[in-house]
Ligand binder design. Sequence first.
Ligand code: NAI
Ligand code: 13P
Length: 334
Amino acid sequence: MSTAVSVLGTGAWGTTFAAVLADAGCRVRLWGRDEEVVTEITHGHRNTRNLPGVDLPAGVVATTDLDGAVRDAEVLAVALPSQSVREVLTPLAGRVRADGTVVSLMKGVELGTDQRMSQVLGEVLRVPPRRVAVVSGPNLAKEIAARQPTATVVAAEDESVAQRVAACCASGYFRPYTNTDVVGVELGGAVKNIIALAVGMAQGGGYGDNTKATIITRGLAEITRLGTELGADPATFAGLAGLGDLVATCASPLSRNHTLGAHVGAGRSLEDAVTATGGTAEGVKSCRSVLELAQRHGVDMPITAAVVAVLHEGLPVQAMTQALLSRPRKDERA
Ligand SMILES: NC(=O)C1=CN([C@@H]2O[C@H](COP(=O)(O)OP(=O)(O)OC[C@H]3O[C@@H](n4cnc5c(N)ncnc54)[C@H](O)[C@@H]3O)[C@@H](O)[C@H]2O)C=CC1
Ligand SMILES: O=C(CO)COP(=O)(O)O
């Protein structure tokens, strides 16, 4: 019997991952709050609002019944905006099956608690950490929905849990690797969004590839510094969930974080940039929680600090360059 998987969130990634799971042979139920979107997915096999132009496998059935979607799932995957997870899932505490696995597909850090999404899911749903997995990598939804060849990382403390989730999503175009470094995989996904905002700002301000490569490389250095301080394996950041996702997100016009940064770099207000971009650009909020996390642990994250200053403290984007370049010189490896 194939695995029963529920995916929460009918956004670009929840819908795409549901299609990946169906293509891999799972029985898939996709939960969304919007009746119109749910009806179109089930009967029209499309999600025009969040994934236009994509034909979904007929096996993806959508529902507005959240309780049923959570209760019946052997694997429960969550793809909501990070800052909404606690509010949406708190009423479902204790409803996940005793043998169920919970999977975070999200790339954010919660404001107020500075928790990673796997931590929030475990706490809110009352599921022990060893049954919570994370999927993260260079996974731009639109390309995967078009079945372009892609790899990802499934991370769980318990290798057998990671393997179980990997088996659910592996197909001819989607190749999951496993990893037991949940902290590293999850932080790689969340912090690269902030670096993509900075790269976008540089691009929008007219800078070229040297500047972008500098931000990407120094961005990887600060992701690695934070991650290792929090117990991650530095090797994870050289992998798909680190460098891989950083490159994809910082280079692609499909990335919402990159696009939003470019709007800000070109002189738009944050509010205008959010509207012009559309969709969930997690870095806009997570930059604050990541910076707080870094400060609490004494980790220097100058690019993240500059993004917070531009987006939330009124620093003109032109002054960001000066702020970063006038820092005391140091050894590259420090
Ligand atoms: N789009 C992509 O290429 C990828 C996205 N991700 C991550 O997946 C997560 C979700 O992103 P997307 O699906 O792209 O976002 P999206 O912006 O396309 O969709 C978000 C969905 O959440 C729903 N939603 C928002 N607030 C809600 C609430 N309070 N209750 C119920 N539903 C709510 C919206 O109606 C929408 O359907 C983010 O953490 C993102 O970083 C990860 C990998 C790839
Ligand atoms: O995480 C992503 C690709 O791996 C998607 O990036 P954006 O959220 O910036 O669109």
